[in-house]
Design a protein around this ligand. Structure first.
Ligand code: ZN
Length: 466
């Protein structure tokens, strides 16, 4: 008998984790961190609902922490098998897991000081920096399109998902006593408008399809409109003489923004003479992107190769700021610069300093290019706050704040429905994962209306037979 159990990203967006079992062999698809409000994040502290030492292998769709962030905990608790990844995923994982371990140590320390004062016993961190190297040592890289043995009776193949560098759709062949079952896990499907990355590969058939549904309820604004507005904002900032501050996630979005600025520069339309990437993590991630230019889509690869082959060749006004001193020097620039810095939701990192030095200036422009969760400083800016508490100080918001909704690393509703529609008859059994319940319900009815699919929305812990 073969089965699949949905242990995470079931009726929610984070904590992606699905357990495949066949004839006593257990394989895990993703091992993601639950991210969000405290009640969601508490799920990270629960014991795994399976024995880590009993797993034969892990197959990882991509490096984002909501898919990979509990791997060090899995290894710490006894997992000793291979973790199958693509080579870029391995490189990005190194950056992301190290950062996650640092943040986890900091959070645990803060919480434990509080617990100590309240007379409660401390909470051990989920894992520490020391758990990251043994986790990375278990990774085994496979190329896109290469069919490989995962464990006895299970084979897999990574297909490009076009979501972030190295991201994959995972195809699995499960050899059951009743025959081979072809299972496709979409992972996170990319947005076809994202530069550098290729479009998600089309898969033509499966018995079972696990489909992500992050944006199952709407489409993104068109990239053309988004880029036109971005250009107008940069022009307005150049005219007013202020800086442009772009809070950005370090992996994916930062590289996309630099690429778009590079396109403007190459077209002679970028008036700003200085662009700073002020994030050591984003600089490292950019180096990983540049290492894998051969995996880029044709247009971006040619554009980069014609112009020096890297971000600074494509965008010669780009400067990387590695040290805190270099970062602080940017504070003395009153106008004419574009500053890309983390964190993406302004809740930590160097961008807080840049906001502190620019928010109160009427000539400055703040461009929000990513999702802002409830309660974060970034969300307050989007919602029109007149002042913002940053680094212990109240800062007046006089700058123009712009929200550009069109940049997204995920396929929108129409793209999800189109991608699923490429599966030929007989129709796969479809299970929706990785989405809020509302988005899942909307996607379910679209799939029914357009393709006649009867998609299921599995509950956490639900088991299906293959
Ligand atoms: Zn992702």
């Amino acid at each position: 008998m073969a089965s699949l159990t949905f242990h995470g990203a079931a009726r929610e967006v984070t904590g992606s984790c699905h357990l495949l079992e066949c004839e006593g062999v257990q394989v895990l698809l993703d091992c993601g961190l639950f991210q969000g409000p405290p009640d969601v994040e508490r799920q990270n502290e629960r014991p795994f609902p399976f024995a880590p030492q009993a797993l034969a292998a892990v197959v990882l769709s991509h490096a984002h922490l909501d898919h990979s962030g509990l791997l060090p905990k899995l290894v710490r608790e006894g997992f000793r098998g291979p973790i199958f990844v693509t080579a870029p995923t391995r490189d990005l994982l190194e950056i992301l897991l190290a950062d996650a371990a640092h943040l986890e140590a900091r959070d645990a320390e803060w919480e434990n000081r509080k617990r100590e004062r309240a007379g409660r016993k401390p909470r051990p961190p989920l894992y520490t920096v020391a758990d990251v190297a043994p986790t990375l040592a278990r990774t085994v890289s496979k190329a896109y399109g290469e069919r490989f043995a995962v464990a006895a009776g299970v084979e897999a193949c990574f297909r490009d998902a076009g979501h972030i560098l190295g991201s994959s759709i995972v195809e699995l062949w499960v050899h059951t006593p009743k025959g081979v079952r072809h299972v496709v896990f979409s992972g996170d499907l990319g947005n076809r408008s994202t530069p550098m990355l290729r479009d998600p590969e089309l898969i033509r058939g499966a018995d079972v399809l696990l489909l992500e549904s992050t944006y199952g309820d709407h489409d993104h604004r068109s990239m053309q409109e988004t880029l036109a507005e971005f250009g107008q904002i940069l022009d307005a900032a150049a005219a007013s003489g202020g800086n442009v501050v772009i809070p950005s996630f370090a992996i994916g979005r930062a590289q996309e923004i630099m690429y778009r600025l590079g396109e403007l520069f190459q077209a002679g339309r970028l008036r700003q003479q200085r662009v700073f990437l002020d994030s050591p993590m984003a600089i490292k991630a950019t180096e990983v992107y540049e290492k894998y230019v051969q995996l880029f889509d044709t247009d971006s690869r040619h554009a980069l190769r014609r112009n020096g082959g890297d971000a600074q060749g494509f965008l010669p006004v780009l400067q990387y700021t590695h040290t805190p001193e270099e970062s602080m020097a940017i504070n003395r620039i009153a106008g004419g610069a574009i500053i890309i810095a983390g964190s993406g939701m302004c809740s930590g990192g160097r961008v807080r300093h840049h906001l502190k030095w620019n928010l109160w200036r009427a000539a400055a422009h703040i461009v929000i290019v990513g999702f802002q969760a409830q309660g974060t400083p970034g969300r307050k800016l989007v919602d029109g706050a007149r002042k913002l508490r940053l680094l212990g100080e109240d800062i007046a918001v006089k700058a123009s704040v712009h929200t550009l909704g069109g940049f997204s690393a995920h396929a929108g509703q129409t793209a999800l429905v189109d991608w699923a529609g490429k599966f030929r008859k007989p129709q796969p059994r479809v299970y929706l994962v990785h989405g809020e319940p509302e988005a899942m319900r909307t996607l379910k009815s679209r799939l029914k209306a357009v393709h006649g699919f009867e998609a299921q929305i599995p509950a956490p812990g639900q088991v299906i037979r293959l």
